[in-house]
Design a protein around this ligand. Structure first.
Ligand code: AHM
Ligand code: MG
Length: 334
C-alpha cells in the first residue's frame, strides 16, 4: 500500500464517501480503538506493570477473573461512557448491563464486549484480544437488558483487537473486513489489508481435542474424517491448531482459512456451548461472513439466533465456507 491510511481516515471515508456509517458510530469505533491501545500497553508491560495473575474474584459465569480481565473492562467502560455516542454497555465481565450515567449525554448505540478474550493465555504470554459488537438501541426512553437482546444480523459494527506480536485491529461496518496494525511510534492504527477473504476450502481445523469423548456424533464424525487424512473419506491430510484464544484462532482463519469449532458437549449438557453469543460468536460470526466464510451453531446461522439473555452461550462452528457447510450438514435437521 503506497499511501498510509489511518483508521481515522478509513472511517471518515466510510462515513463521507460511502455513507456507510453515521458520525456517532465513527466516533464510537475510534474510542474503542483508543481504549484497545491502552489495553495493549497494559498487556505489553505484563509483570513489569503488575497486571498478571488472578484478581481473586469470579464473573457472573463462575469463571475466575484475571487482573487484566478487570483492567481491560474498566478501560473500555471509562473510555466509552462520556462521549455521548452510547446508551449502554454489556460485557462478559459485568453481571448486568451498564447504563451510561445520566451526567453524560445518551447516544443511540449499545456496545458489547469481551474485554480480554483468551484469559487462560494472559499469564503465559500468548496472544489474547478484545472482541466488540455494536447494536443500535431500539427507539424509546431509557435502556434495558431487553434492548440488547437482538440477533447478530442487527449488528452495525463488529471487530476485535489482537494483542500478539503485533497489535492488530480487525473491523467490519458491513462493507467487508479491514485490518489495521498499530504503529507504536505514531500511536495510530494503519490500514494493512482491506476486503479480507477466507478461502472456501481448507486443510486446517481448530478444536480442543481433549474434549472429543464429550462431543456429539456429528462433530466426532467430522473430526475423525479429518484425522483419517489422505486414506479417509476426505482424501486429504489435515493440520490442526488450537491457541485457546478464540480471537487468535479466528484471526488465523481470516488470514489463511480454516475451521474453528467450540461445540456443545456432554460435560454441561444444559448449556448450548461454552462461548458467549452476544460478545464472542456474533461479532466473530459477522466478521467471518463479511470475509466470505460461514458461521453456524450446527443447526442455524449464528447471526439469526435470537438471544434470550445477555450472557447466552452458543455452540460455534465458523470459518471456510465449504467446511462449515459440511459439518453443519452432518447435524440432524430437526
Ligand atoms: P474467555 O473469554 O474467558 O477467555 O473464554 C473463551 C476462550 C476462547 O477464547 C477459547 O476459544 C476458549 O475459551 C478456550 O477454551 P478451552 O480452554 O476449553 O480450550
Ligand atoms: Mg472470551
Amino acid at each position: 500500500m503506497s499511501q498510509r491510511i489511518s483508521l481515522t481516515r478509513y472511517l471518515v471515508e466510510q462515513q463521507r464517501v460511502d455513507g456507510h456509517i453515521p458520525s456517532q458510530l465513527r466516533l464510537l469505533i475510534e474510542v474503542v480503538a483508543r481504549a484497545c491501545k491502552g489495553i495493549s500497553q497494559a498487556v505489553n508491560k505484563g509483570a513489569l506493570g503488575g497486571v498478571l495473575g488472578s484478581a481473586g474474584s469470579e464473573n457472573v459465569q463462575g469463571e475466575m477473573q484475571k487482573k487484566l480481565d478487570i483492567i481491560a473492562n474498566e478501560v473500555l467502560v471509562e473510555a466509552n461512557e462520556w462521549g455521548g455516542h452510547l446508551a449502554g454497555m454489556a460485557s462478559e465481565e459485568m453481571d448486568g448491563i451498564y447504563v451510561v450515567p445520566n451526567r453524560y449525554p445518551q447516544g443511540e448505540y449499545l456496545l458489547l464486549f469481551d474485554p480480554l478474550d483468551g484469559s487462560s493465555n494472559i499469564d503465559v504470554n500468548v496472544t489474547i484480544g478484545t472482541i466488540f459488537s455494536v447494536l443500535k438501541k431500539p427507539e424509546g426512553p431509557g435502556v434495558s437488558e431487553q434492548d440488547f437482546l437482538q440477533p447478530g444480523n442487527r449488528q452495525v459494527a463488529a471487530g476485535y483487537c489482537l494483542y500478539g506480536p503485533q497489535t492488530t485491529l480487525v473491523l467490519t461496518v458491513g462493507d467487508g473486513v479491514a485490518m489495521f496494525t498499530l504503529d507504536r511510534e505514531q500511536g495510530s492504527f494503519v490500514l494493512v489489508q482491506e476486503h479480507m477473504r477466507i478461502p472456501e476450502d481448507t486443510r486446517e481445523f481448530a478444536i480442543n481435542m481433549s474434549n472429543m469423548r464429550h462431543w456429539a456424533a456429528p462433530v466426532v464424525r467430522y473430526v475423525q474424517e479429518c484425522l483419517a487424512g489422505q486414506d479417509g473419506p476426505r482424501g486429504k491430510d489435515f493440520n490442526m491448531r488450537w491457541i485457546a484464544s478464540m480471537v487468535a484462532d479466528v484471526h488465523r482463519i481470516l488470514t489463511r482459512g480454516g475451521i474453528f469449532l467450540y461445540p456443545w458437549d456432554k460435560r454441561e449438557p444444559d448449556k448450548p456451548g461454552k462461548l458467549r453469543l452476544m460478545y464472542e460468536a456474533n461479532p466473530m460470526g459477522w466478521l467471518v461472513e463479511q470475509a466470505g466464510g460461514a458461521a453456524t451453531n450446527g443447526k442455524q446461522r449464528i447471526l439469526d439466533v435470537q438471544p434470550a439473555k445477555l450472557h447466552e452461550r452458543v455452540s460455534v462452528i465458523l470459518g471456510s465456507r465449504n467446511e462449515v457447510e459440511r459439518v453443519t450438514g452432518y447435524h440432524p435437521t430437526v
